[in-house]
Design a protein around this ligand. Structure first.
Ligand SMILES: CC(C)(COP(=O)(O)OP(=O)(O)OC[C@H]1O[C@@H](n2cnc3c(N)ncnc32)[C@H](O)[C@@H]1OP(=O)(O)O)[C@@H](O)C(=O)NCCC(=O)NCCS
Length: 414
């Protein structure tokens, strides 16, 4: 049995943040009804298209296992249908611009009036405060949440990360809140509001940087590349590839780096594994030398140490380095390209990378559910075509007959 079987989600989400949340709930087994504007639907259907007139990968990869109904929620009949859907659903999820749902006539008070058991979950760019009315996309959140100012190198500009921590990250946060509210409803019988701001979600993921901001008041951040030769200002600097934890780490070149932009490996010089690392590299003398043989002695010369490590890693491929370091327990991570990730057999085997068939685009790759439940394995089903399930939802969920469906269509509500 699927973990969320019997839970019905009224999915008013679009673009990435909200759809990430509802896709996850769908993988857990919820019946996710995606409400889309007639004619256009979720704007990502048409964004960054690789094949003309076919739903984009942007859309298909964020909307698996959902059903789609087209519904104009600003139309009178559309509002009636929407009201019936609120009555029949357990959770409403939306990530419209601030105030959009109210402008449709569905404030939180009105939603509660229609269905006191419903959980109403929203993503906005910012929480209450000076920026609460702003529209926000991924990189705005990365910048406002502290990620960009702390990412990149000291001599370069603030940098956004490739991981969608603002959109997908906030979607995951929201899903956690919804699950908690569903459990709470078991006891209280009542729904509640779940809100997540993208700035807050990013900041939560940048927790260690706020830690460092406070450490800075007590002296330099010794694991950062600015120590001991550079300078620290008032705010946490960009740490380059320094590890965020207590164990020094850095990205070093491997064989082929001159032509392959991903011929690199991340090496962590954990104190407990340092002897093994020194031996593998042929640097046994470090173990006898007081200039090198303690973490405290190495700390002021991390740059020099990683240079030495790189002189060794440059003689081997990233996978050969891994083969040598793993047996001596040196944590390391080869820099895998997206091509390598897509082709990795182990990820295919676990269903983290899956091939899906789509009636209009054919086969494509996607990321499946990264959260594995032993009794409720996720089966990835293709995203719906626009309005593919309109009739079925009107019939099954709100009990419309053929005449009512035809009338709603004639009126332009669906
Ligand atoms: C993402 C975002 C910037 C997109 O902005 P946008 O393209 O202008 O879209 P909006 O959310 O403003 O919605 C546009 C309009 O479509 C309307 N609409 C959407 N679905 C509709 C439907 N089924 N029927 C009728 N109208 C609909 C909305 O009500 C809104 O109308 P209004 O401006 O008159 O209130 C904005 O939605 C936002 O800031 N969301 C919150 C933060 C977020 O999730 N950002 C990340 C997205 S990955």
């Amino acid at each position: 049995m699927k973990a969320l079987e019997g839970v019905r989600i009224l999915d008013m989400t679009h673009v990435q943040s909200g759809p990430t949340c509802t896709q996850l709930l769908a993988w857990f087994g919820a019946d996710v009804i995606k409400v889309e504007r007639p004619g256009t639907g979720d704007p990502t259907r048409g964004q960054l298209r690789d094949i003309p007139d076919v739903d984009s990968l942007y859309f298909t990869m964020l909307n698996h296992n959902k059903r789609s109904i087209t519904l104009n929620t600003k139309h009178e009949t559309g509002k009636e249908i929407f009201t019936r859907l609120i009555e029949e659903c357990d959770v409403l999820v939306e990530n419209f611009a601030p105030g959009a749902l109210d402008r449709m006539g569905f404030s939180w008070e009105r939603i509660q009036e229609i269905n006191p058991r419903i959980i109403s979950a929203s993503i906005k760019g910012f929480g209450p405060g000076p920026y609460e009315d702003l529209k926000v996309y991924e990189n705005v959140a990365q910048c406002a949440g502290g990620a960009a100012s702390t990412t990149g190198f000291d001599d370069g500009p603030p940098t956004v990360t490739g991981a969608q921590i603002g959109d997908s990250g906030t979607g995951l946060h929201l899903a956690t809140g919804i699950l908690a509210a569903l459990l709470h409803r078991e006891k209280s019988g009542k729904g509640q509001r779940v809100e997540c701001a993208m700035q807050d979600g990013v900041l939560n993921l940048c927790r260690v940087k706020l830690r460092d901001q406070q450490r800075l008041a007590h002296g330099p951040l010794t694991e950062y590349p600015q120590y001991p030769n550079g300078t620290f200002g008032e705010a946490v600097p960009r740490g380059g590839n320094a590890s965020g934890g207590g164990q020094p780490g850095w990205v070093v070149k491997c064989k082929g780096w001159e032509t392959d932009p991903n011929a690199y490996i991340y090496v962590i010089t954990q104190a407990a594994a340092f002897a093994g690392l020194a031996k593998v590299m042929g640097k046994e003398e470090w173990l006898e030398d007081p200039e090198w043989n303690t973490p405290a002695a190495r700390l002021p010369k991390l740059e020099k140490m990683f240079e030495e490590i790189e002189n060794w890693t440059k003689t081997l491929t990233k996978f050969e380095v891994m083969e040598k370091l793993n047996p001596v327990n040196v944590p390391c991570g080869p820099i895998l390209s997206m091509k390598e990730v897509a082709e990795e057999p182990a990820l295919r085997k676990t269903g983290t990378v899956v091939e899906v068939d789509h009636p209009e685009r054919g086969k494509y790759l996607t990321v499946g559910n990264p959260i594995k439940l032993s009794d409720s394995p996720a089966e990835v089903k293709r995203s719906p075509l626009l309005g593919e399930h309109t009739d079925e939802i009107l019939k099954e969920v709100i009990g419309f007959n053929e005449d009512q469906i035809a009338a709603a269509k004639d009126a332009g509500a669906v």
